[in-house]
Design a protein around this ligand. Structure first.
Ligand code: GDP
Ligand code: MG
Length: 597
């Protein structure tokens, strides 16, 4: 089709507002996917995503749609729905000219919706408001349209009311995409510039790169170079996503497709990088490229020391597919050999852990996540520290800086009090509060990222009965009065339990943590002291009394199935224990610091 009949768009929605359901319906109605081969929610590919009902990785699909007897080509570029991946969202939006803003008509505007709409507007996208779930008895599309107008300032006079589930309003949406979203510019004559919005590693073909051609034309066999990584390849295969891969000979300005070129690692072809021709190079790469910086670090140790080489292999394989994952070997006298790993955020961390265990069959102990501190030493150097146990001694450092984030909470007004209390308690600095509508407010705080790692999000949800939503962004480093809290078990310092806390919180954290550890660590045959120390000073201590444990004694008579059950339960508990000195420490203990009251 001519460039003027191409439309590139994405869908912006808060989690659960119906993005995947709508995408499926668009694919179905355009005959892109036969209904019989339709798995629910075609675009969410990974098992993990389907289970959690979230979109982690971007995918794209090309649809054929006839509008006023003219064939059109609509490219849907999906976006991940989690703050950890907001950079990928920004790149996929940069590959589009328009976006559908899907809002649940029974709910309203949420924090994630806001953040992504602002990104879309910054990228000059045409935004089409879509009020979904009008089939629900509680749907109030008129009220929610008004809310969108007030909060975002987006004209909703021609908003589309739809039910993705019931298939109502889907044709109107397709028509609106053609009518309202501008076609790409025809810049086929210019030197090639294509924006990578996703890439993944395929064991047989190497990295598959998803891109949008912004200028010029790319042909099968062309010699190409990635401008940021500087790596060059021959584009052995190029094609479109319909949504399965279909080879073509060339892709022109405005088109969306994939290429494969025997690329060994996604690090060579990262999201946000620009593809150009090796000989006829573009002068300037497309704007907005950023290297992924891990924000959260943790230690990963195999429960069984023999699994160390397997863990290394698995991490190397995952890294081929995940340029944001960082790792280096970490040895600790308590834990043995393992890796210190860096992640974009907590969800990213959870995903990697889960994949290591599920896809690579490893049993791991994960230590509590830490942010990256900047330590200014007395000789004027600055060192980065992502492992609390390696924090330079007080005598060697002059100050410590920690990463800060700006958070925006959207909440019904009833929960303003409890949420402000939460933010205050986490060292939050109040910045601004405004009412979006009569009943909903936006609250902005600046607070240390470290205070958000852990149960902040769970707390937000429970204190607002699930009604509040949030969004955060990194704003920079600030100096704080931080100290290291060590934990001694049975007299041994357990490095992975060390944590960095604000000095005003040290006593409270020390007390709560020793109490929590006392609950979590199973009693042993001997008495075990648990102590929290700052330097050599003990600030809190508890002790586990000795027990002679004989679970089977609890069983009456000869009920063999019950005995077996008990033994199995005990064995499962053992799976995730690490012997530290003479004491078995379970996985939960390493995360205890995140769950203190
Ligand atoms: P996503 O997180 O934005 O991708 O949302 P999903 O498409 O996964 O939808 C979240 C939930 O809302 C699912 O249980 C859907 O079945 C449901 N849902 C989606 N669209 C509609 C709709 O139009 N009406 C109703 N009643 N439910 C819907
Ligand atoms: Mg989804």
């Amino acid at each position: 089709v001519p460039t003027s009949n191409i439309r590139n768009f994405s869908i912006i929605a808060h989690i659960d507002h119906g993005k995947s359901t709508l995408a499926d319906k668009l694919l179905q109605l355009t005959g892109t996917v036969e209904s019989r081969e339709m798995k629910d929610q075609f675009l969410d590919n990974m098992d993990l995503e389907r289970e959690r009902g979230i979109t982690i990785k971007l995918q794209a699909a090309r649809m054929r749609f006839t509008y006023e007897n003219e064939p059109h080509c609509l490219n849907l570029i999906d976006t991940p729905g989690h703050v950890d991946f907001s950079y990928e969202v920004s790149r996929s939006l940069a590959a589009c000219e328009g976006a559908l803003l899907v809002v649940d008509a029974s709910q309203g505007v949420e924090a994630q919706t806001l953040a992504n709409v602002y990104l879309a507007l910054e990228n000059n996208l045409e935004v089409i408001p879509v009020l979904n779930k009008i089939d629900l008895p509680g749907a109030e599309p008129n009220r929610v349209s008004q809310e969108i107008e007030e909060v975002i300032g987006l004209d909703c006079s021609n908003a589309i009311y739809c039910s993705a589930k019931e298939g109502i309003g889907i044709t109107e949406i397709l028509n609106a995409i053609v009518q309202r979203i501008p076609p790409p510019h025809d810049t086929n004559g210019r030197p090639l510039r294509a924006l990578i919005f996703d890439s993944y590693y395929d064991a047989y073909r190497g990295v598959i790169v998803y891109f949008r051609v912004v200028d010029g034309t790319i042909k099968k066999g062309d010699r190409i170079i990635f401008m940021a990584s500087g790596k060059d390849y021959f584009a052995d295969e190029i094609g479109v996503l319909s949504p399965s891969q279909m080879q073509v000979e060339e892709l022109r300005a405005g088109e969306v497709g994939y290429l494969s070129a025997s690329i060994k690692s996604v690090a060579d072809a990262r999201v946000g990088d620009t593809i150009t021709h090796y000989t006829r190079r573009a002068e300037q790469s497309l704007p907005g490229y950023k290297e992924a910086t891990p924000m959260v670090f943790c230690g990963l140790f195999p429960v069984d020391a023999d699994q160390f080489p397997e863990l290394r292999d698995a991490l190397e394989k995952l890294q081929l597919n995940d340029a944001a994952l960082k790792f280096e070997p970490e040895t600790s006298s308590a834990m043995g050999f393992g890796f210190r790993c860096g992640f974009l955020g907590l969800l990213h961390m959870e995903i990697v852990q889960e994949r290591l265990e599920r896809e690579y069959n490893l049993t791991l102990i994960t230590t509590a996540p830490s942010v990256v501190y900047r330590v200014n030493t007395i000789n004027g150097d600055t060192v980065e520290c992502s492992n609390p146990s390696l924090l330079p001694e007080p005598g060697k450092r002059s100050s410590i800086e920690e990463p800060y984030v700006k958070i925006e909470l959207l909440t019904p007004k009833d929960y303003i009090g409890p949420l402000m209390e939460l933010a205050q308690d986490r060292r939050g600095e109040f910045k601004e509060m405004k009412y979006l509508t009569e009943s909903r407010a936006s609250i902005i705080y600046e607070l240390p990222l470290a205070e958000m790692v852990g149960d902040f999000f769970d707390q937000l949800k429970s204190r607002s009965k699930g009604y509040a939503s949030m969004e955060y962004s990194f704003i920079g480093y600030r100096e704080s009065e931080l100290i290291k809290l060590d934990i001694l078990i049975n007299g041994d310092c357990v490095e992975p339990l060390a944590t960095i806390v604000h000095k005003d919180k040290a006593y409270a954290v020390g007390r709560a943590l020793t109490q929590k550890l006392k609950e979590l660590i199973p009693r042993q045959m001997f008495k075990v002291p648990i102590q929290a120390c700052v330097g050599s000073k003990v600030i809190a201590s508890e002790s586990l009394s000795a027990i002679r444990k004989d679970v089977l004694a609890k069983c009456y008579g000869g009920d063999i199935t019950r005995k077996k059950k008990l033994l199995r339960k005990q064995a499962e508990g053992k799976r995730r224990m690490k012997a530290i000195g003479k004491v078995d420490v379970p996985q939960e203990a390493f995360m205890a610091v995140l769950k203190l009251e």
